[in-house]
Structures are given as C-alpha cells and as structure tokens.
Design a protein around this ligand. Sequence first.
Ligand code: ADP
Ligand code: ZN
Ligand code: ZN
Length: 680
Amino acid sequence: MNAGRGAPRYAQVLLDVPVAEPLVYLAADADVQAGTRCVVPLGRGARVGIIVGTSGLSAIVPSRIKPITRSLDDTSPLSAHWLQLTQFAADYYQYGWGEVALPSLPRMLRTVPGARAARSFARLRESQVAPWSEATAPPVELTAEQAAAVEILNQATGFAPHLLFGITGSGKTEVYLSAIAQRLAGDANAQVLLLVPEINLTPQLESLVRARFRDQPVVAMHSNLADGERASAWLAAHEGRARIVIGTRLAVFCSLPHLSLIVVDEEHDPSYKGSEGVRYSARDLAVKRAQLLNIPIVLGSATPSLETWAQARTDRYRLLRLANRIGAAGATGEQPPIELIDARIHKPRNGLSEPIADALTATLDRGEQSLVFLNRRGYAPVVTCETCGWLSNCPRCSVFAVFHKPDRTLRCHHCGYTAPVPRACPTCGNQALKGVGQGTQRIEETLQVLLPAARILRIDRDSTRRRHAAQSALDAVHAGGVDVLVGTQMIAKGHDFQRMTLVVVLNPDSQLASHDFRAPERLFATLMQVSGRAGRSGMPSRVLVQTRFPAHPLFAALQRHDYAQFAETQLAERSVARMPPFTYQALLTAEAPSMEAALGFLRAAHAGGAEALSASEGAVRLFDPVPMTLQRVAGVARAQLLIEADQRPQLHAFLRPWLATLRLHRASPRWNIEVDPLQL
Ligand code: ADP
Ligand code: ZN
Ligand code: ZN
C-alpha cells in the first residue's frame, strides 16, 4: 500500500462487535477502496475488518484514532452491492452492520492471517471446482406445465419475484434446472444462487446439478464444510469462477459478482430463519437481494409460507403453478389418498394401531418400502414412577428429560443434560419405572417385533451424529436396501424414494394442540411433505395418519390435497385476528437467573416504550411481558415481550430508538430482538 500524502484519511471499518456504527481508523492510503478487508488494532488485539468508506473528517479527536495495521489484498474488495445487502440486513434485523457482515464470511477471511496465509490462499484457488462429474443427467423433456413455467422465467427481466407453487412430485427441480441452464447459456459470466433449507438436502441436489451441468463449476456452501472447503467455495464464487452456488441459509450472503438468478427451494421451510446468532430470514433476504440487483428470483414450494402466498395472491409475486404429479415414464400420476385412522377407535399398541400394522405387513409382503414418520426422537418422551408420580424432569429446564434406550440415559433435548436412567425411583425407591409415550427408538422396536424379516432403518438426529451418516443412510434407502424407514422431520423432506408406497404418520396431535398461531401452517406443510414421499414412481400408494382428532378441519383440506383452500382459510383467520402477514411483529426476549428478573427487565422496557407508543397512535402495540413457553433452559429463566405494528416501517421506526435506549443499560440481563419471529 502506498503511503498517501496530503490530508489524513479516516476509514470507517466494520468489525464483528455490537456497535451500531462502523469504527473509525486512520487510513494510510489516500484512496482505500470500500469493500477492502484490513487488519486493525482493537483493544489489545488485532481484528479483521471491512473498510466501508473514507472521509477527510472525523468527529473523534484525531489523536485517539489508531491507524489501520494493513489492508489485505488476498481477495478483491467486496462489492458495493454486497455492502448494501449486509447493511440492509443489519438495519432490518436490528444488529450492528459488522455483526452481520463479518460472520457471513468464511473463517479464513475474517481471522487475522498468519505468515503462511498467502500460500494457503493460493492452494485454495488451485484446488478449485473441477467442472467434472462422473454421472450424467441429460435434460428431460419438460411437461407442458413445466415448459410454461420455464418460459415465463426465461422471459423475466429486472426484479421479478415468482412463486413456483407445485405439489410434491410435480417436477419443480426440473423447472429450476431449466431456468438455470437458460441463464448460464445466455451470459458467459452469469452466476446462479440455489438455496436449500437443509444440509441433508444439499448432497442429493448437488450431485444432480453437477451431473446436469457437467461443464460448469458448481460449489456447495453450508455449515458442515471444513474451514478450507468453505473458504475455497467462497473464493470461487467471489472471483466469478463458480457459476452455480448451492447452499443453505448462510449462502444468501455469499459474494457473487455476476449473480443473475436466485432460486429458493422449499421456501416455506422454517430453517431459512436461523434460531441462533443473527436471526435473519435467508428467504426474505434473497428476495431483497434480487430487488437490489434487479434480477429475477423464484421461490418454490408445495406449501408456500402464508407470507409468500399473500404476495402471490395480490400479484406482487407472479404465480407459476404445477398442478400435476409426474408419474412413471413421464405420465402424470395421482396423489395418493390420505386416510385417517381414528386412534380412539383403533387403540394403538406400542404406538401402532391395527390398520397401520396390517398395512405395513402387506407392503413388506409386496416387496415395497414404507416410511413411518414420528416427530419425536428418543425412546419415550418421559419416564415416570406410577407409585409416587415422579417424572423425569430435566433439572435445568422446564421440560422432561427423554429416555434413550441404546445407552439407557435420560437426555434433555434442550440443554444437553444427560444422566443414566435411575434403577429405582429417586423419590420412593420403586424399581418399576416406566417410559411413557412413543419416540422413534420405541417405534423402531415395535416394528422389529411386528416385521421380524424386514430391514428397518431409523433416521433421526441420534442415528446420524457422525459426519455423512445421514447421507449414507439415505443412500441405503435409495438403493433399496431398506424396507421400512422410520424417522423424524429429517426423512420428511425432499428425498425421492422410488419404491415407497406406504407413508404412516404417527401422533400429529401434539402440534394440533399448540398455542403458536403458525402451528397449523407448519403441520399442514409437514404432512403434505411426508405424504409426498409415497407413490412417486406411479405405483399405487397409501398415506395413513393416526390421530385422535380426525374431524379437525386441517385434515379435511389435507385429504383434498388442497393447499390453496387451506391457505385461504388461514389467511382469513389471520386477517380477522390481526396477525401476520397482516401485521408485523418483533419479539424481545430476556434471559436471567430468575423469572422475576427477566420479566422485570421486560416490564421496564415496556414502560420505556410508552411515549413512543402513544406517539404512534395505536399503530404500534406492546404486549405484556410473559414467560416463554419453554420457561427455563439450562437453568436460565426466559421471558418475552411481543411488539406488533400495522405497517413494517412503523415497526422499525419504533424499534430503532427503543433498542438504542435498551443498549445503554449496562446492568440488564441478556436480551435479544427477533424481527419477524417464526415461533412465539
Ligand atoms: P418436486 O420437487 O416438485 O417434488 P421433483 O422435481 O423431485 O418434484 O420431480 C419428481 C420426479 O419426476 C423426479 O424423479 C424427476 O426426476 C421426475 N421428473 C421431473 N420432470 C420430469 C419430466 N419432465 N419428465 C419425466 N420425469 C420428470
Ligand atoms: Zn416413586
Ligand atoms: Zn435441560
């Protein structure tokens, strides 16, 4: 870097620290470019920051401003668009700009480089993206519906949001791939970003994309990559070498200088909204990114989020429909019928009612595959003593510790507490403790007894802790080496099992009873998704749902496979009740040693907002602070305060000064703000 002559230059530098404004440093070069990474002193240490601007003036006493140690030229500067996107995200979700921008970079680009950094960057660039794949996947002949959707996407110019609303098995992926092919063919530099909700779904899609685009460099980006892999993928994208980036939510911030199309698969999936760290919605930011870049975006789903659906029905998003399932050999197939098994009449034994046991047996006899879905891992959700009523509470949380049979432990799924199952009741000494209720491990056991000859495989977070374990398990199912697949949410999504002709859903009832107003939307999406695993190859198939509430209206819509109608009734209810997407929410949560302290903080915050609230004339409302549904986690009490506004700008106008005041209170308990919370 040249030592600049003339007036001193002050650089605004983003760092990963909780401050609203960039920090000011003295720049040695007269024209340091915005977007350049640099090393700066902070406290006693050194940090990597990003220069976002320079000026000749500074409000701070010049003698107190430290110089930038050095700027980093191992990468070209981040673009103005990238800076704009991260700044928008920080403003919108109420974080410091640097708190969003820096964590979005791979670790190697945000830690102070050591002596060998230059060599490792060179190696990363060499190891990059061989555009080669063993498999081939020639383009298929599109159905008329697919062709129509692709045609519209190909014509799209400028900022053009689309909702690809297609039932499971209707061939949405093929539409994405054709649209991507068209973009890449039309512009030798064009890059495409393909977002998927879950890491487990990336390998399958990644190999399909690699096989289809054999001469194009493709990179994957998700949190399971090693540091080097992640940095290498990021560099390939940033330097324009990667043409297609497939990634999970964090990929929405990937630097892509020639981004010209964004695809968000399964756009309704809650995992696009993280529950830790910066709580941004990758789907919403993807739409914003498309708007900033003035490019098309397509959101795809069989069960769109009601937020997205509301945009499509008012034509702000263009609706593309795929109404038919693709059957064997390209013939359009039927959706399998969904049958409700009334668990009050057909009493389940060890979790399975008789009609379901019969159906599983018959499916095995025909040599076909079954899937049993139960969204509860472990063996039994709680252990109890029937003599004195003792329950296996987690000592640190307000939930039960779950019985895990393989290692005979009680485990808390929230704080990680693990202890051996006591031999006798800790209260009364009774030796006959009992596991109550069903988890996936117990259903697996029931299935082993029912179908001794069957090859049964369980997939849940416990069975797939090892790296790549989930993928090899799913590969086994695809290869036909599994007769019955039992598992949680992990098996509900995306997978395309060819000989799966029976889908069983156990105990959806707990979600029907939830207080969260989004519970029906989520349950409907999950049930549609699991049902969609059946009969994808056109073989006659069944879906059986075991429930104690067969008369629930949600099931009626589900049986008609009628998402649109379900969405309309949900939206009507929400409109009347003034709930999102007709209002805009934020959730302030506090964590403290006692519930009183957590609530006390929120009450004070509530009082502190009173003046601004009355100025808003009712357009912004604060609810009373209440304990969270999960009141205590790992010994910490948790409470929440809901903020609601009629319009989005009103919400933000209120939040900004209010939170700035809260930040000034040094002695407050830990708190967090979540804009557009998905879980209340
Ligand atoms: P969705 O994502 O909508 O659930 P997929 O994209 O997985 O559906 O497609 C379902 C199945 O149909 C896949 O096996 C896919 O390979 C196949 N498929 C998609 N489009 C066609 C087509 N035009 N002709 C033949 N098969 C197709
Ligand atoms: Zn007891
Ligand atoms: Zn716990």
